[in-house]
Ligand binder design. Structure first.
Ligand code: C2E
Ligand code: MG
Ligand code: MG
Ligand code: MG
Length: 282
C-alpha cells in the first residue's frame, strides 16, 4: 500500500500511526478465519486452595497460534473480537472446548471460563451454557463463569436476571479483575456472585505494610461477610501468598504456583501439593 502518495495535500500524516492501523487491520482480517482454520487452543491455569495447597479448579485461557506472527495475546485480539462480534462464535467455542476438557477431570475439579459482556448482549446465554453442559456431560456445579464488571455497567435489571438464570442452572459466577476499572463494592451486594477474583494489580504491590495491604484485607473481609469467596490473582511471591492466606483469601492463582499449561499437563498438576512457601518447580 502506498502511503502518503494517494492523499494529496494531507499535512498531518503520521507514519507510525498508519503502520499501527495497518497492523490492526491485518490482524482483524486473519482473526475472521482463525476459528475456521482451527488456530485457537486453550491453556489452563490452576487455582489453588490456599489452605490445602491443592488444585481446586483450572481457568481456561484462550491462545491464538497465528500462522505468521506466532502466538498472539488475548489482550490483543479479544478486543478486536468484541468489536467485530466474532467473540460470540469464539466464546462459544471456548465454552464447549473447556466443558469437554473438564468432563475428563476428576469430579472435584472445576473449570472457569472467561466471558465478554458482548456475549450477553441480547443473547440467551442460559440456553448456550445449558447445551454446552448437556453435550459435554459436565455437572453444572463444575462450571464457573468469569465476568468483569463491564457487564454490569448498564441494564442492571436485564443483566441481573441473566445472571440469576445462570445460577438457576447451577453454574457458579465469579467477578474477574476486581479492583480495576469501575469495580464497585455495591455490585457485590446487587449481583449474585459466588466468587470475586482480586486483580493482580492489587496483589502486585503486596506486602507493602501500608494502604495496599489494608485495601486487600478490606475486600476479603467484605466478601466473606457477604458469603462470597475470594481468589487472589497474579500471586508471584511467597510473601504475597503468605499474606493473602493469613488475611483469609480462600484461593490463589499465579505464576508462583503454575503458569497456564497445556491440557496434557493437568494430570500431573493434580498430584501436586503447593506448600506454604509456594512452589517454583513449574
Ligand atoms: P484474566 O481472566 O484476568 O486472566 C488472568 C491473566 O493473567 C492471564 O493472562 C494469565 O496468564 C495471567 N497471569 C496469571 N498468573 C499471573 C502472574 O502471576 N503474573 C502475571 N503477570 N500474569 C499472570 P492471559 O492468558 O494473557 O489473558 C489475559 C486476559 O484475556 C484474561 O484476563 C481475560 O480477560 C482475557 N481472556 C483470556 N482468555 C479468554 C477467553 O477465552 N474469553 C474471553 N472473553 N477473554 C479471555
Ligand atoms: Mg479470568
Ligand atoms: Mg483477572
Ligand atoms: Mg483480566
Amino acid at each position: 500500500r502506498t502511503k502518503a502518495s494517494g492523499r494529496g495535500g494531507y499535512q498531518f500524516f503520521d507514519p507510525a500511526a498508519d503502520v499501527r492501523l495497518q497492523a490492526l487491520a491485518d490482524l482483524k482480517l486473519s482473526l475472521r478465519d482463525a476459528l475456521a482454520r482451527d488456530e485457537f487452543h486453550l491453556v489452563y491455569q490452576p487455582v489453588i486452595d490456599a489452605v490445602q495447597g491443592t488444585v481446586s479448579s483450572f481457568e481456561a485461557l484462550i491462545r491464538w497460534q497465528h500462522p505468521e506472527r506466532g502466538l498472539v495475546s488475548p489482550a490483543d485480539f479479544i478486543p478486536l473480537a468484541e468489536e467485530t462480534g466474532w467473540i460470540i462464535a469464539i466464546g462459544g467455542w471456548v465454552l464447549r472446548e473447556a466443558c469437554k476438557q473438564a468432563a475428563t477431570w476428576p469430579e472435584g475439579i472445576s473449570v472457569a471460563v472467561n466471558f465478554s459482556a458482548v456475549q450477553f448482549e441480547g443473547r440467551n446465554m442460559e440456553a448456550e451454557i445449558g447445551s454446552a453442559l448437556k453435550d459435554s456431560g459436565l455437572a453444572p456445579g463444575r462450571l464457573v463463569i468469569e465476568l468483569t464488571e463491564t457487564i454490569l455497567l448498564q441494564d442492571d435489571d436485564a443483566k441481573n436476571k441473566a445472571l440469576r438464570a445462570l445460577r438457576g442452572l447451577g453454574v457458579r459466577i465469579a467477578m474477574d479483575d476486581f479492583g480495576t476499572g469501575y469495580s464497585s463494592l455495591g455490585y457485590l451486594r446487587r449481583f449474585p456472585f459466588d466468587t470475586i477474583k482480586i486483580d493482580q494489580s492489587l496483589v502486585r504491590g503486596l506486602p507493602d505494610g501500608a494502604g495496599g495491604d489494608a485495601i486487600v484485607y478490606a475486600v476479603i473481609s467484605l466478601a466473606h461477610s457477604l458469603g462470597i469467596s475470594v481468589t487472589a490473582e497474579g500471586v508471584e511471591t511467597p510473601a504475597q501468598f503468605e499474606l493473602l492466606r493469613q488475611q483469609g483469601a480462600s484461593h490463589v492463582q499465579g505464576y508462583l504456583f503454575s503458569r497456564p499449561v497445556q491440557a496434557s499437563e493437568i494430570p500431573s498438576l493434580l498430584t501436586r501439593r503447593f506448600a506454604e512457601s509456594g512452589d517454583s518447580q513449574t
